[in-house]
Structure formats: C-alpha cells, structure tokens
Design a protein around this ligand. Structure first.
Ligand code: CAA
Length: 395
C-alpha cells in the first residue's frame, strides 16, 4: 500500500520586508542579502497571525468536508508554539471543524518536527489504512532587530494531508535519521528570541546531511543519480546551494546540472517567504512541484530534513500520476502577489512589541491587513487565547 502526501498547501502573512531596504537600513551591501544569503523578501507576522492562525489558514485551503470526517489525527509541528502545555493542535482541530474522535498533539524538535509528524502519520496509516492524518508545520522565525540572524527570519505555515493511495507524493518506508546533542541553535524557555551560533549551525547542518545521506546510501545501496532531484531544509536559499556543493564530488556532470536547475524552482517561494523553520523543507517541495517544468510522475525525490539541536533525516518520495491536478499554484501565487511591503520602522515596531496581557489576563489584538476568509488571533480572555474568522472581527 502506498502512503504519502495527498494534498498540500501553505500560508504566509500578508506583510513582508524587502531585503534591499533592510540591507540599506543596516548599512550592508544589498548583495550580501540577495546573493550571499539568497533572500529577496521576508514574510513578517503581525500579532493577528500567530502560528495557530497561520496553520489554520494553510489547512482550510485543502480540506474538504469528507476529509474533516476522515482525519483522526492532527499533528502540529512548531518550535514557536503559544502554550507550554496545551497543544496548538486542539485549537486547530476546532477551527477546522474536524470530527471529535481524533488525536491532536503538538510536536517539537526545531525545524525537524514536521518530518517527525510525517513519519508518525505513515505508521498510523499503515495500521489504519482508512485514516487520514493532518500534518501542520507553522513557525515565526525571529532573531531580533540588528542581529546576525536578522536576514534569515520569516513566517508561514504548511498543511499536508497524509493518506493511503496519495494523489501527490508516495513516501518510501526506508529512510536514514541521525541525532547529535549539540548547541547550534536553540531557544531557552525564558527567551522570546532564538540563540544561534551561525557559522557552527551551517556546519552542523552539512555534517548532518552527510551523516544521513551516507547512512541511507550504505543501507539502500543508493547513488545520488537515482534521484530526479533533491530537496533540503531551506533556512535561507544559499544554504541549499551549500548542501548541493557538499555533495558535488558524488555528482556526475549531468546529475549536477539537473539538481541545480531544479533547485531554482524549489526556492521560488522560500526566496520571498524566508525561513519558516519546520515548514521550510515542505515549502520547498510545494515550490518545486508548482514551479518546475518537466517534472514527471514516477520521479523519485530525495529529501533532507534538519532540525538544530540536532536531528536530521534523509527520505524519499515518488511523484504520483497526474499529481499536477492536485496542486494549488494559482492560490499560492495570488497570496504572494497580494502582500503589503512594510517600512523598516513598521517591521521593527512589530518585532519589538509582543502581545501585552493586562492584570486580568486580557489582551485585544488590533487586526489589520487581513482577508475576511482568514483565521486570526483576536485576543486573550482571562488567559485563554481566542481565534476567529477575520470576517467576524470589527476592523
Ligand atoms: N555580495 C555577495 N555575497 C556576499 C557579500 C556581497 N556583498 N557580502 C557577503 N557575502 C556572502 C559571504 O561571502 C557569505 O557567503 P558564504 O556563506 O558562501 O561564505 C554570505 O554572504 C554570508 O555572509 P557572512 O557569513 O558574513 O554572514 P553572517 O556572518 O552575517 O552570517 C548566517 C550568516 C550565519 C546565515 C546568519 O544570518 C545566521 O546566523 N542565521 C541564522 C542561522 C541559520 O539560519 N543557520 C542555518 C543552518 S541551521 C538551520 O538550518 C536550522 C534553522 O532553520 C535555524
């Protein structure tokens, strides 16, 4: 039985920062951000778009009434969650109208946890072939104003419906994972911002890529030319280029040219959304499928997932017959084309002003720049977070 991704979509908030303007404000050569980092724009989430609201918006684009009856597990992957105890998946289960007899949990391991969700979903569906599992990956990447990580921020969510006999991508059961206890990027519970050892994190990413690929290669007697192309976790688009470079010695000329050409399609969305942490690999998958030409059913795609701290996995998917019919290219292009550019001072204001809770545990969120069909975070009522459709909120 084939198991894999039946439907997939993403959401990013309606506001962004232009990287040339950010470079000018930081007195940096814009080519450092455009070429050296490889980012043109960076999605910025104002208070109305927390990780739950973004995930709900990604998911509502793909779920039919039938799916909502058949989903029996909601896996919410995030490293920027909104509660230490309650899973974001419980709000999402409600907002999306999923039938009540479902398991709903939150998963964490930096940018790797959506892949953990996919692997858990695969095992669950293998035991219960009639089940569908909703895997959601949602994060706000935030290092702070004027920090080393600032040009590698972003915000967004990916929603994937996993099922038997999937329409888009069947996932192979064999993969190679790897764990090493390191401190390359982390966020202690007392900090709103991530700590990162930037250069070391690049190194750790590449070491984990080689560890997982070498283990997979040995176990499966595989070669890189077995794949039509590769996809990577994309914290910034230059990182995937570094990954391709690290594998270059194993690539013949034709395979190298093919991988590099497909990589351009695989970063069209990431280049203007920025880092969305655990959803980044899957944003790159959606970008590849929607933007590449001549990618045919039957193609095997090797994927590398990386979460600092660190856990990595190399795994493989096979494109299904007529997969193009199940993509949402127009919806995604429209979302990206209708965003508003923030000035650098507006962006700094958003980043420096977290939600303020008053003494009674209440907060009201000023909801702006939203489409009526979007879910938004509207406030806190006696320490209880509230979400609604923007069409129900007075603006
Ligand atoms: N024109 C063209 N290129 C230029 C340039 C110019 N004018 N000026 C500089 N560059 C190039 C540099 O040569 C360098 O290229 P290489 O990486 O190929 O050597 C690149 O721009 C970046 O320059 P620096 O190394 O000087 O940049 P930096 O010190 O500001 O740090 C960073 C960059 C380490 C990515 C930093 O932004 C950071 O810490 N980001 C957060 C951490 C991160 O994303 N790590 C990725 C791996 S960990 C992970 O993947 C998990 C996750 O999601 C966080």
């Amino acid at each position: 039985m084939k198991i894999g991704i039946d439907k997939a979509s993403f959401f990013t908030p309606p506001t962004y920062v232009d990287m040339v303007e950010l470079a000018e404000a930081r007195d940096v050569d814009p080519n450092k951000y455009l070429i050296g980092i490889g980012q043109e724009k960076m999605g910025i989430a104002d208070k109305a778009y927390d990780v739950v609201a973004m995930a709900a918006n990604a998911a509502q684009q793909i779920l039919s009434d039938e799916d909502k009856e058949e989903i029996d597990m909601v896996l919410f992957a995030t490293e920027t969650g909104v509660d230490f105890s309650k899973a974001g998946a419980t709000w999402l289960h409600d907002l999306l109208g999923i039938q009540p007899y479902a398991r709903s949990i939150e998963l964490k391991q930096a940018c790797y946890s959506a892949t953990a969700g996919i692997q858990l979903a695969m095992g669950h569906i293998a035991l219960h072939p009639e089940s569908k599992v909703l895997v959601l990956a949602s994060d706000i990447a935030k290092y702070g104003v004027n920090t080393g990580g600032e040009p590698t921020q972003g915000a967004g969510a990916v929603a994937m419906l996993l099922s038997a006999n999937p329409n888009i991508l069947a996932l192979e059961t064999e993969s190679a994972s790897y764990t090493a206890d390191i401190d390359d990027f982390w966020r202690p519970t007392y900090s709103d911002y991530a700590y990162v050892d930037g250069k070391y994190s690049n190194e750790a990413y590449l070491n984990t890529l080689m560890a997982t690929w070498n283990h997979y290669k040995e176990k499966q007697k595989a070669e890189l030319s077995d794949f039509e192309t590769l996809l990577f976790h994309v914290p910034y688009t230059k990182m995937g280029r570094k990954a391709l470079q690290a594998l270059e010695d194993e690539l013949d000329e034709e395979t190298s040219a093919r991988f590099n050409e497909y990589y351009e399609a695989a970063i069209v969305y990431n280049n203007i959304v920025g880092n969305i942490y655990t959803g980044s690999l899957y944003l790159s998958l959606i970008s590849l499928l929607e933007q590449a030409e001549n990618l045919k059913a039957g193609a095997r795609i090797g994927m590398f997932s990386y979460g600092s701290g660190a856990v990595g996995e190399f795994f493989v998917g096979e494109l299904q017959e007529d997969y193009q019919d199940y993509l949402m290219r127009e919806t995604h292009e429209e979302l990206l084309d209708h965003r508003t550019k923030l000035s650098i001072s507006e962006y700094e204001e958003i980043l420096s002003n977290p939600v303020e809770i008053d003494e009674e545990g209440n907060a009201t969120i000023d909801v702006q720049e939203v489409s009526p069909q979007n879910f938004v975070f509207v406030g806190v009522d006696q320490h209880r977070r509230q979400y609604d459709k923007a069409s129900n909120v007075k603006q």
